[in-house]
Design a protein around this ligand. Structure first.
Ligand code: NAI
Length: 284
């Protein structure tokens, strides 16, 4: 689909992958509304994207705040008109042994990574369906939602949920002109290992005491840049892909996972009638 002239919301768009997605969508001619919880990052994003003053809106948004999300969407519509693309990208992580996690560790990561996209959907999907011009929902999950990652149990729980949500919505919304994609990045240079910088006081009391990880600038060159991910996302949306993956290095792991699931199936021939009745393929 042609993105030029259409309008996108990118949550967590002031830094990292969200900023890369925003830049790619602006380059493709879209109006882009960045919502992010971090004021300083919003100011930086406005500077970074200064080439597009007419087509850029930046505003504070906490994706866990459902009313705030509605007010944000109202402001986007007032400025640009109909919203066509919702990029549910804001995400946080806590890392470490699951047994050490506090209730607030679970609550924070679930609220931002899962309830945030739900709030986005509740806010924006009716507006997209209402204008009838079609649209696209992009969820930023992670390959951690497909393959286990040491010390990432809470994160994996949320990202696997987001992949499931995307797969389920895809077939349901397609007949209504709304496409759904799920971005599952591998390692990307960003400040996510310092996600605690965005942890509101309401979620105080982490079970982990580890210092923040390295910032984006200190991460190795072999990690992918956020701008490269942004271009893959733009292409994936234009090509209407369900899955947008970034690293071929996940091939062996994904094959192992697929093989392990297939190996767990009972023996015997599938019953075609049951398959049709119970909608047992990805398209259903
Ligand atoms: P980042 O930390 O650089 O960017 C995340 C952005 O989300 C920040 O600007 C932050 O202020 C914002 N944010 C945090 N809480 C928010 C809230 N409640 N409401 C609104 N905005 C909020 O991290 P990164 O890496 O760019 O993360 C973006 C997405 O990519 C996340 O969903 C993350 O889980 C995912 N991801 C990142 C990978 C990586 O290697 N960097 C790999 C796989 C997935």
């Amino acid at each position: 689909q042609n993105l030029a002239g259409k309008t996108a919301i990118v949550t967590g768009g002031a830094a990292g992958i969200g900023l890369g997605i925003s830049r790619a969508l602006l380059r493709a001619g879209m109006n882009v509304a960045i919502g992010d919880i971090q004021e300083a990052a919003l100011i930086n994003a406005r500077d970074e994207l200064a080439d597009y003053p007419e087509r850029l809106l930046v505003a504070r948004l906490d994706v866990t705040d459902r009313e705030g999300f509605a007010a944000f969407a109202d402001a986007v519509e007032a400025r640009f008109g109909a919203i066509h693309l919702l990029a549910n990208n804001a995400g946080v992580v806590v890392s470490g042994p699951i047994a050490q996690a506090s209730a607030s560790d679970w609550d924070w990561v679930i609220d931002v990574n899962l309830r945030g996209p739900v709030n986005g959907l509740l806010t924006v999907l009716p507006r997209i369906l209402g204008h009838g011009e079609g649209g696209h929902i992009l969820n930023t999950a992670s390959t951690s939602g497909l393959l286990p990652h040491a010390g990432a149990g809470i994160y994996t729980t949320t990202k696997a949920g987001l992949i499931g949500m995307s797969e389920a919505l895809r077939s349901e919304l397609e007949p209504q002109g709304v496409a759904v994609s799920v971005l599952c990045p591998g390692p990307v240079r960003s400040d996510i290992s310092n996600a605690g910088r965005n942890r509101p006081a309401a979620y105080a009391g982490s079970g982990y005491t580890a210092a923040a990880g390295p910032s984006a600038a200190d991460l190795p060159d072999w990690m992918m840049s956020a701008d490269a991910v942004g271009e893959l996302v733009r292409e994936g949306i234009e090509r209407d892909l369900l899955y947008i993956l970034t690293h071929n290095e996940h091939r062996a792991g994904l094959e192992q996972r697929g093989a392990a699931i297939l190996a767990a199936l009972p023996a015997g021939e599938p019953d075609a009638e049951l398959m049709a009745a119970m909608h047992m393929t990805l398209e259903n």
